[in-house]
Design a protein around this ligand. Structure first.
Ligand code: IPD
Ligand code: CA
Ligand code: CA
Ligand code: CA
Length: 271
C-alpha cells in the first residue's frame, strides 16, 4: 500500500516537475523582468516563478485534492490526507533571470512529516533526478534511460570540491563570504552554482564532494536531501543535528564529518 502510494506520488511529482520545467524553459520571455523582491533587493521573484508554482499546485491538487502544500511563492494548505507537497517551482531564479542554465524545479512529497519522494528537474541539463525513500536515487536524461546515482568515493578534505550558496540578506552574505575565504585554502576548490537543489543532486551524482549552506528553506532542500541520501551521501546540520535553515551540509561519507567539524569550528551556523 505504502509502496504503491509512493510510486503514485513519484509519478505525479515527475509529471508536475517536467511540465513546470517545460513551461520555464520554453516560456521564458526574452524581456523577463523582476516582478517583486522579498527579503532584500537582490531576492527577486519573476512572473515565471509564480506561473510555475501555479501549474504545479493546480496539477497536483486536481489529482489529489486532500493533500497539503508548502510552496516558496505562497502555496500553503493544511490538507487532510497526511501527504504534504514541498515545492520550489524555480530554484535558481537569479540564474534564470540572467539566462544562465543552472536552475531547477524541486518537488518533494512528505508523508507523516517525513520526505518519501523527491524530484529535481534541471531542464537545461536535460536531466531529472528522483528518489523514493529506501529505493535509491536515479537520474533520467534525454539521451539515455534511467541510471542509478552514487556519490563519489570520498577524497581527503583538502582534495574535495565543495559547493556553497549565499543568502539574499547582506549581513548573512558578509559572514558567508568570510567563511568561504577561510575554507578555500583547505579544500580543492569552491563552487557557487546558484541552485541549492542542483547542488544537492550534484553531490548525489558525484559531481561534487560536498555542499553546505546556511539559511535554506524546506523547499530548497526537501527533494535534494532525499536524493543525496538515497545516493549514499550523508546530510545534516550542525554536528548531531538534522539539516535545517540553520545549516545544511551534504557530502560523500568521509568528507561529511571533517567538513561538518570545520564548519562548526568556523561558526558557519550564525550570522
Ligand atoms: C536560492 C538558490 C541559491 C541559494 C539561495 C536560495 P531561489 O533559491 O537555491 O542557490 O544560495 O539560498 O534561496 O530563491 O533561487 O529559489
Ligand atoms: Ca526565491
Ligand atoms: Ca530556492
Ligand atoms: Ca525559488
Amino acid at each position: 500500500m505504502t509502496d504503491s502510494l509512493h510510486r503514485d506520488l513519484l509519478a505525479l511529482a515527475r509529471e508536475a516537475a517536467h511540465r513546470a520545467g517545460e513551461l520555464l524553459r520554453d516560456g521564458r520571455p526574452s524581456d523577463l523582468a523582476v516582478a517583486r523582491t522579498k527579503s532584500s533587493n537582490v531576492d527577486v521573484v519573476t512572473e515565471m516563478d509564480i506561473a510555475a508554482e501555479k501549474l504545479i499546485t493546480d496539477l497536483i491538487s486536481g489529482r489529489r485534492p486532500d493533500d497539503g502544500f508548502l510552496g516558496e511563492e505562497g502555496a500553503s494548505a493544511e490538507g487532510t490526507s497526511g501527504v504534504r507537497w514541498v515545492i520550489d517551482p524555480l530554484d535558481g531564479t537569479v540564474n534564470y533571470l540572467y539566462g544562465l542554465p543552472t536552475w531547477a524545479v524541486s518537488i518533494a512529497a512528505e508523508q507523516g512529516g517525513e520526505t518519501v519522494v523527491g524530484v529535481v528537474a534541471a531542464p537545461m541539463r536535460g536531466e531529472t533526478y528522483h528518489a523514493v525513500r529506501g529505493g535509491g536515487a536515479w537520474a533520467t536524461g534525454a539521451w539515455e534511460g534511467e541510471r542509478a546515482l552514487a556519490c563519489r568515493p570520498a577524497p581527503p578534505l583538502d582534495q574535495a570540491l565543495v559547493s556553497t550558496g549565499f543568502n539574499y540578506v547582506a549581513e548573512v552574505r558578509a559572514h558567508q563570504a568570510a567563511l568561504a575565504a577561510r575554507l578555500i585554502p583547505l579544500v580543492r576548490d569552491i563552487r557557487r552554482g546558484g541552485s541549492a537543489a542542483v547542488d544537492l543532486c550534484d553531490v548525489a551524482c558525484g559531481r561534487l564532494d560536498g555542499y553546505y549552506e546556511r539559511g535554506l528553506h524546506p523547499w530548497d532542500f526537501a527533494a535534494g536531501d532525499l536524493i543525496a541520501r538515497e545516493a549514499g551521501a550523508l546530510t545534516g546540520g550542525r554536528p548531531g543535528e538534522p539539516l535545517s535553515r540553520e545549516l545544511t551540509v551534504a557530502a560523500a561519507p568521509g568528507v561529511f564529518e571533517p567538513l561538518q567539524r570545520l564548519l562548526e569550528d568556523f561558526g558557519a551556523w550564525h550570522d
